[in-house]
Design a protein around this ligand. Structure first.
Ligand SMILES: Cc1ncc(C[n+]2csc(CCOP(=O)(O)OP(=O)(O)O)c2C)c(N)n1
Ligand SMILES: [Mg+2]
Length: 281
């Protein structure tokens, strides 16, 4: 990735792409469905990615990447990595059936979901990745989101794919190693990155990495891997940090009162305990 991209300052998804391509190298094709990243790369021949980019329809990241990989193989190229790079809307919602199909067929691609927890490119609308009680433009303060965030990692685990992992831009070494590991494995690899979004999260741009780190430390977004749907590995076990520390940084949670934050704390604790039961000790 080169300079000259068109992202907002502090964009976590842009830092994520930089780390991912650093790990994958130039022998990579990137497939991008409609999302902020359709814009961020810029317009050919002035775009900021030094690798071929294929812009595809919103719901087709996994099926298009499957096709690119098949095309390369038909031409005798078995080494180029095909990376599908999709947002949470394109993954948790509209692209879910294509994702499920490619995972079930165990296509030899890496699928990254950069999750900024809403449809950001079109103006911060809620997705099924938006957390409980979050403000977005379609879940305004008097009517915030009532549903929990969808657990995409468990959905991927249920497909028993060779590799699924969460990653954070605040832990670059862990991030880099996971992308490298995915590149070295055959079959379907899924990486879920929490991508801080200063614009949509109402977060000061200079706190982007801090927010990403606090998501991990407060156990809101644990760092872990799942191999073949059953082998769970926790990559970092943080001491207890109250989830309030994470919520307080962001304007999208500024309407929450203490009792609502307690409910969120309880939910985070329960999800963490469930994960700990699955992790190999
Ligand atoms: C079929 C279809 N419906 C709607 C759109 C409009 N659209 C473009 S990008 C986008 C939001 C994408 O959200 P997400 O996948 O979370 O990526 P982000 O913008 O947050 O990076 C939408 C709704 C579209 N391009 N195609
Ligand atoms: Mg999004």
């Amino acid at each position: 990735m080169m300079s000259g991209h068109l992202a907002c300052s502090g964009c976590g998804a842009t830092i994520g792409m930089r780390y991912a391509l650093k790990a994958l190298g130039e022998d990579t094709v990137v497939v991008i469905p409609a999302s902020c990243w359709s814009v961020i790369a810029g317009v050919f021949p002035y775009d900021s990615l030094k690798v071929p980019v294929y812009h595809v329809a919103f719901e087709t990241a996994a099926s298009s990447a499957t096709g690119v990989k098949a095309g390369l193989e038909m031409m005798g190229d078995t080494t180029t990595t095909v990376l599908a790079w999709a947002g949470d809307g394109g993954t948790f919602d509209i692209g879910l059936q294509a994702l499920s199909g490619a995972a079930e067929r165990n296509e030899d691609i890496i699928y990254v979901c950069y999750d900024n927890e809403a449809y950001m490119n079109t103006g911060i609308q809620r997705s099924s990745a938006t957390p409980f009680l979050t403000w977005t433009t379609t879940t305004p303060v008097h009517q915030t989101k009532e549903e929990a965030k969808k657990n995409i990692m468990e959905i991927m685990a249920a497909h028993r794919i060779p590799y699924a992992a969460t990653a954070s831009i605040a832990y670059p070494e862990d991030f880099f190693n996971k992308i490298k590991k995915a590149k070295g494995m055959e079959g379907f690899k899924f990486i879920h990155i929490l991508s801080t979004c200063p614009t949509g999260w109402r977060l000061p741009t200079q706190l982007s990495i801090k927010a990403a780190r606090l998501a991990v430390l407060t156990r809101v977004f644990p760092l872990y891997e799942i191999e073949y749907g059953e082998r769970y590995t926790l990559n970092l076990k943080p001491e207890f940090h109250p989830v309030k520390e994470y919520l307080k940084l962001q304007g999208r949670f500024s309407h929450l009162d203490d009792s609502q934050m307690e409910v969120i704390q309880g939910n985070v604790g329960k999800t963490w305990e469930k994960l700990m039961k699955k992790v190999e000790t």
